[in-house]
Design a protein around this ligand. Structure first.
Ligand SMILES: Cc1cc2nc3c(=O)[nH]c(=O)nc-3n(C[C@H](O)[C@H](O)[C@H](O)COP(=O)(O)O)c2cc1C
Length: 210
């Protein structure tokens, strides 16, 4: 899904880079609050330095950020949550400003808009998502991206075909035929939507620059 989104962005003229968060060991926010000190010079970059620092630096320079995450135990994965904590929290001000004309409250230190998106992949069938509270969980994640970056959207794909050979695994409950059918009949459409989203985010980013 992420590869399709990247291809869509690339074919719309963007220079793209994919970073796999599982390649490096890094921490989530350690509550040092360096980013909340009076007159701090962190400039929205998390002050805690580890393998994630160069990734955060690149994210802060990007015009488009697409996060791809499988759903683990109902939430985006631990590394994605850690990345979000360290990307979003330093850009989140505890001194929000209210625009006197519009009444809009600005909680972001970022002085520009960035087109962001999240792709959620999961085993859960689409029709069970509401029962599992996924719409609310994903909306919370999306809300922070919207608040900080000023634009976000998201995509889901369901019934992920988790195993290369189902006969090797002890997963009777996991309905291989239903997943195989989804992969054949519906997944190509999900990939197309991811591709289109990649292209759309690039045109949004161009709009934000004007
Ligand atoms: C540790 C773990 C926990 C998981 N928990 C959930 C879950 O709560 N809900 C769900 O729908 N799928 C769950 N899954 C299935 C993954 O979401 C699925 O394997 C993933 O979307 C596949 O994505 P990929 O094809 O991009 O690797 C879990 C998988 C693992 C390994």
């Amino acid at each position: 899904m992420l590869e399709s989104a990247m291809r869509g962005a690339e074919e719309a003229g963007a220079e793209v880079e994919t970073i796999h968060l599982y390649d490096d060991a890094f921490r989530g926010c350690v509550s040092c609050f360096a980013c909340k000190l009076r007159d701090n010079r962190t400039g929205g970059l998390c002050a805690y330095r580890d393998a994630l620092t160069p990734v955060l630096e690149r994210a802060l320079r990007a015009d488009v950020i697409v996060i791809g995450t499988p759903i683990y135990l109902s939430f985006p994965t631990g590394p994605v949550r850690s990345f979000m904590e360290r990307l979003v929290f330093p850009l989140l001000t505890y001194n929000p400003e209210t625009d006197p004309e519009t009444g809009e409250v600005r909680s972001s230190l970022l002085d520009r808009r960035v087109a962001t998106a999240t792709i959620y992949t999961m085993g859960c069938p689409g029709e069970m998502m509401a029962e599992c509270h996924y719409p609310e969980i994903f909306a919370e994640n999306d809300r922070f991206l919207e608040m900080i970056f000023g634009y976000t959207e998201s995509l889901c794909t369901n019934n992920s075909y988790q195993f290369d050979d189902y006969s090797k695994y002890d997963v009777a409950e996991y309905a291989e035929p239903m997943r195989a059918r989804y992969r054949e009949e519906r997944y190509p459409d999900d990939l197309r939507r991811a591709y289109e989203m990649g292209a759309r985010l690039v045109s949004k980013a161009r709009e934000f620059r004007e």
